[in-house]
Write a protein that binds this ligand. Sequence first.
Ligand SMILES: Nc1ncnc2c1ncn2[C@@H]1O[C@H](COP(=O)(O)OP(=O)(O)O)[C@@H](O)[C@H]1O
Ligand SMILES: N[C@@H](CCC(=O)OP(=O)(O)O)C(=O)O
Length: 372
Amino acid sequence: MRSVIADSKRLVVKVGSSLVTNEGRGLDEVAIGRWASQIAQLRERGKEVVLVSSGAIAEGMQRLGWSKRPREIDELQAAAAVGQMGLAQVYESRFAQYGIRTAQILLTHADLADRERYLNARSTLLTLLRLGVVPIINENDTVVTDEIKFGDNDTLGALVANLIEGDALIILTDQQGLFTADPRKDPSAQLVREADAGAPELEAMAGGAGSAIGRGGMLTKILAAKRAAGSGANTIVASGREPEVLTRLATGEAIGTQLVARTARLAARKQWMADHLQVRGHVVIDDGAVEKVTVGGKSLLPIGVVDVQGAFARGEVIACMNTAGREVARGLTNYSSAETKRIARHASMDIEPILGYMLEPELIHRDNLVVV
Ligand SMILES: Nc1ncnc2c1ncn2[C@@H]1O[C@H](COP(=O)(O)OP(=O)(O)O)[C@@H](O)[C@H]1O
Ligand SMILES: N[C@@H](CCC(=O)OP(=O)(O)O)C(=O)O
């Protein structure tokens, strides 16, 4: 069996609290340094990496001298705020040893549920990758309460994989992978080498968190794999303590558990658009733009827009009609209806002089556009 990571370009790597904080004893700078070194090597091989790191609460508790995890949400939030400083510091200094810049991104569920914020988070992350920066993401624990928390960073990792259209999600944890039962409780449990992400029998194998430090246990990892597969990303669950785990996966070595996405990338994205989004308005586009968008697979630029109907905001879905009134495509708009009216029929270089700012050169980027 060959690891899917060998052929993956854009990776989301998630590291759990117990790994990052040495089971809650304090930030494991040596382990973090090893991942930084491996990520530096992956980038040399042309891969893009986004890191999702837990550990803020565990590290904050350590720094505040608390031995027991508090129940009060405000105390958890305080611990996360203290611990996040440590995480940022260690990641920055360890990656700097390899000449790599890092960026801190703290996200909440509300950020990704809101279309405009979703697009903003997406373009910031893609820009950071383009600039060669390694984004380091955690949940913004300070501003969320129980109901709206991702609750675990496995889910956050999957949402980030969907957000940036990652090819794979690598979940590093304190076990070798997914076992047929919780290996801490059942010594006869066997490692699952490969399965379909979303296979129903996997959920029955998973128990809760094995330590007082981790939150989600294996179930959240399986659900994360299912979610990531929804947009075509494969998931690996492997031990973060395995020597050179990331670089070996990248050479095709099978390590841990491989949960394979069976949905093709484009189909998944179309499905997602079809399932979740309501059309808020439409633009009429000229024949040249129809040709570019439908046959050429290109983005829709404002210059091809001849009419704007309906009231829509940045991040909402709009339909694209040809001049005969037939829908040819739909997608997420980068500009509101009011803005679109002003920039319609204009070249992208005129957007800034007209509006006073330019959010993106395209009205609808081809990644956010589905031909119908
Ligand atoms: N079927 C299973 N296979 C492997 N680990 C399991 C399984 N069921 C439950 N676990 C537990 O899940 C733990 C990993 O989850 P968690 O503690 O949340 O880690 P992390 O901090 O890496 O997210 C393991 O230590 C293990 O005890
Ligand atoms: N945002 C929290 C993440 C908690 C969490 O999901 O932990 P884990 O199950 O170890 O990935 C923190 O940094 O402590």
